[in-house]
Design a protein around this ligand. Structure first.
Ligand code: PEP
Length: 242
C-alpha cells in the first residue's frame, strides 16, 4: 500500500510567503519512501509547480469543479489544474462540506471528473462531534463513503479520515478512535490508502503513524512550517519502517 503525506495549506500565505515555504520544503524534503504532496491555493500553484519541478514533492489543489470550462464564475476546472502541474486534488474537505455546503452528490461528480482527467483525488470524510456523541460516527462515515464514492473505482482514490472535531483544534483523535475507524474504512476500501487528518503535528506523529491502516496523513496547521512538515514525514517513515 502506498503511503502518502499531504499538506493542506488552506487559505494561508500570499504568493511570496508561499514561495518561501515551498523553497524551504524543496531544499529540505527529499524522499521517495512515501509520496509527499503540497495542496496549495489556486493562485500559488503555477509558482509552486516551478519550485517543485526537480524535487520529489508533488502538487495538489484543494478543490476543483467538475466541468472542463464554461460559465462557472469563480470556479477552477480540471484542465486548468492540469496546466499548472497538479497531480492530486483534495475533494470534500470538511470545510467545503460545512462552510460551503458541498454535499456527497457534488463531491461524487468532482471525484469522477478528477479521475477522468488523470488526477488522484484525496476524498475527505469525517463525523462531527454531535455524530460521535450520538453513536452515529460509523454510520455517517459509511454513508459519506457510499455516496461520495458511488460508481468509483476505489483503487483510483485516496481516502482521508478527518474527524471534524479534531481538525485545527490542536488535539488529534485518540489512537483507539482512529484505529477503529481506519479498520472500518479498510473493510469498505481494501486497496485504498487511508490518511488520517486532524491536528497531526511533530509531537504526535510517531504515535499516529504506529496505527494499523493509517497510510499517511493530511496535515493543515503543521504543514505551514517546512521544518515541522519534514519532521512529521521523517517520523512517519521511521515508525512505519518504509
Ligand atoms: C486539514 O486541514 O485537513 C487538517 C487536518 O488541519 P489540521 O492539521 O490543522 O487539523
Amino acid at each position: 500500500m502506498k503511503n502518502i503525506i499531504a499538506a493542506n495549506w488552506k487559505m494561508h500565505f500570499d504568493i511570496n510567503e508561499a514561495q518561501d515555504v515551498a523553497r524551504k520544503m524543496a531544499e529540505i524534503i527529499d524522499t521517495t519512501a512515501i509520496d509527499t504532496i503540497v495542496c496549495a491555493n489556486f493562485i500559488h500553484l503555477d509558482r509552486l509547480n516551478t519550485i517543485f519541478q526537480k524535487t520529489n514533492i508533488k502538487l495538489g489543489a484543494q478543490n476543483m469543479y467538475f466541468e472542463e470550462k464554461g460559465a462557472f464564475t469563480g470556479e477552477t476546472s480540471p484542465i486548468m489544474l492540469k496546466s499548472v502541474g497538479c497531480k492530486y486534488v483534495i475533494l470534500g474537505h470538511s470545510e467545503r462540506r460545512h462552510i460551503f455546503k458541498e454535499d456527497d452528490n457534488l463531491i461524487n461528480k468532482k471525484t469522477k471528473s478528477a479521475i477522468e482527467h488523470g488526477f488522484i483525488p484525496i476524498v475527505c470524510v469525517g463525523e462531527t462531534l454531535d455524530d460521535r456523541n450520538s453513536n452515529k460516527a460509523f454510520h455517517v462515515i459509511e454513508n459519506q463513503l457510499k455516496n461520495s464514492l458511488d460508481g468509483i473505482d476505489l483503487r483510483k482514490v485516496v481516502i482521508a479520515y478527518e474527524p471534524v472535531w479534531a481538525i485545527g483544534t490542536g488535539v488529534a483523535a485518540d489512537k483507539k478512535t482512529i484505529e477503529e475507524m481506519h479498520n472500518f474504512i479498510r473493510k469498505i476500501a481494501t486497496d485504498t490508502p487511508i490518511l488520517y487528518g486532524g491536528s497531526v503535528k511533530p509531537s504526535n506523529a510517531e504515535e499516529l503513524a504506529s496505527i494499523d491502516n493509517v497510510n499517511g496523513f493530511l496535515i493543515g496547521g503543521a504543514s505551514l512550517v517546512a521544518e515541522d512538515f519534514k519532521d512529521i514525514i521523517d517520523k512517519f517513515i521511521k515508525t512505519k519502517g518504509v
